[in-house]
Design a protein around this ligand. Structure first.
Ligand code: 5AD
Length: 449
């Protein structure tokens, strides 16, 4: 009988892409897809290890799944990805009902691991990291949609002191340019309109003499792809060639995710980021000046070991100066194995971390609100990807500068743009020009032209 797999994904976009990869591998081995955990013969939880909270959540989720496993002992329950790599021993001891523990480089062996787990009572553990594994030539099974991920780099060699990624995803390696382009072509043939190139530090891409800028040009040339995005670049890789390429290629999304982490040069040095606050500011302000249509988002950590009030105020000041369009903001979470965990006590009290995070979020909300409000009256190109969950008559999508945008069809007919409701229906995948009529902290409201 065909066995059905249900994969649940936690964490970043790369994990979403990895889940699609696992789906492809398992489909090629004869597994079918289950729509939910109840209908599944195999449940895989693809996990994140970036902060302790992410791991706590997964232990919680496993607790919820335990009764299912007790009811149906033949069910195979697997934990895959970063937390499987990081907490293999804890998983084996704290959740002994888990059958498979597979790290990010073990996915090709998943069918065999699941097979073995069916026959054997003890957990199958495969957390071998592999310097070469890029899953080249392995088809991913993607949900139909507008936007498709292509992982161009795996692992990371930057070794920022706070970050667990190099330990759980291994050393940096990149997919050769021809393979990147052929994957993008396949996406286009399958009807995807947008491609998102993924990697820990995509802008450091350099394979066979092909720079990231050159890779973008090649991807940009693929017919059928209307928009190209990438995440995340590293702030020191922005040479003139890359900036010029971004500015010149019209299908590149007008958005940069530039993780700054801190506004204090002292803290940045301790983190082993390779730039000062001033250098980051120079880059961000150059983008604002030369490419004003670009949105800039960032990641910030508060409460890194030794961060004092002055350091934190520098972060606030930098945020205020750049006026990020949006930001992911986190309290520092000590991760075992990292340099920070080895050399620095996690000495900022939890209450101080929380207080700093609230102040930062308040400032960021103000910035986001202003950046969104600035677009009112302007035209944006929206790639439709679904409907407004609060009003299903309203299509929604992303502007090129990556702002979530609700499209008001009723007022577009009022404005005489069209009169026939049916002609107005916008399907996912359509790229429409719209005039921004209103804004909120995280959303634009626009009327198709
Ligand atoms: N604690 C808190 N945040 C972290 N990040 C990475 N490691 C940690 C950590 N130990 C954040 C960084 C990174 C984002 C993906 O997660 O801001 O850019």
């Amino acid at each position: 009988m065909t066995r059905r797999v249900y994969i649940e994904t936690y964490g970043c976009q790369m994990n979403v892409a990895d889940s699609e990869l696992m789906s492809g591998i398992l489909a090629d081995s004869g597994f079918a897809t289950a729509d939910n955990e109840r209908d599944a013969d195999v449940i895989l939880i693809n996990t994140c290890a970036i902060r302790e909270k992410a791991e706590d959540r997964i232990f919680g989720r496993l607790g919820w799944l335990k009764p299912l496993k007790m009811e149906r002992p033949e069910l195979v329950l697997g934990v895959t990805g970063c937390m499987a790599e990081h907490l293999r021993d804890q998983l084996a001891s704290k959740t002994p009902y888990v059958d498979v523990i597979a790290g990010p480089d073990a996915y090709r062996r998943l069918p065999a691991l699941i097979e073995q787990a069916t026959r054997d009572d003890s957990a199958m553990i495969d957390v071998r990291l592999d310097r070469e594994e890029l899953y080249a030539g392995q088809r991913s099974q993607r949900a139909r949609g507008v936007s498709g991920f292509v992982t161009i780099m795996r692992g990371c060699d930057k070794f920022c002191t706070f970050c667990i990624v190099p330990y759980v995803r291994g050393r940096e390696r990149s997919l050769p340019p021809d393979l990147v382009v052929s994957e993008v072509r396949e996406l286009a043939e399958q009807g995807f309109k947008e491609v998102v190139l993924l990697g820990q530090t995509v802008s450091s891409y350099a394979v066979d003499g092909v720079s990231f800028a050159e890779l973008l040009r090649r991807v940009h040339a693929v017919d059928g792809i209307e928009r190209v995005r990438f995440t995340s670049p590293y702030p020191t890789d922005f040479d003139d060639e890359l900036l010029q390429t971004l500015a010149e290629l019209p299908k590149i999304g007008r958005h940069l995710h530039l993780p700054v982490q801190s506004g204090s040069t002292r803290v940045l040095e301790d983190m082993r980021r390779q730039y000062s606050a001033e250098q980051f500011l120079e880059l961000a302000l150059r983008v604002r000046r030369e490419m004003p249509e670009f949105g800039i988002s960032t990641d910030i950590i508060v409460g890194y070991p030794g961060e004092d009030e002055q350091d934190f105020e520098k972060t606030l000041e930098l945020s205020r100066t750049v006026e990020f369009d949006s930001a992911f903001m986190f309290k520092y979470s000590e991760r075992s194995m990292t340099a920070a965990a080895r050399k620095r006590p996690d000495d900022v009290p939890e209450a101080v971390k929380s207080e700093r995070l609230s102040r930062l979020i308040a400032l960021q909300n103000e910035s986001s609100r202003k950046r969104h409000a600035r677009l009112v009256g302007q035209h944006v190109d929206v790639l439709v990807d679904g409907v407004n969950p609060r009003d299903e008559a309203q299509p929604k999508g992303r502007s090129s500068c990556f702002k979530s945008t609700m499209l008001d069809l009723s007022s577009s007919s009022r404005h005489g743009a069209a009169t026939d409701g049916a002609a107005l229906a916008l399907a996912p995948g359509q790229l429409v020009r719209a005039r921004v009529e209103g804004s909120a902290t995280h959303t634009l409201f626009a009327v198709p032209l």
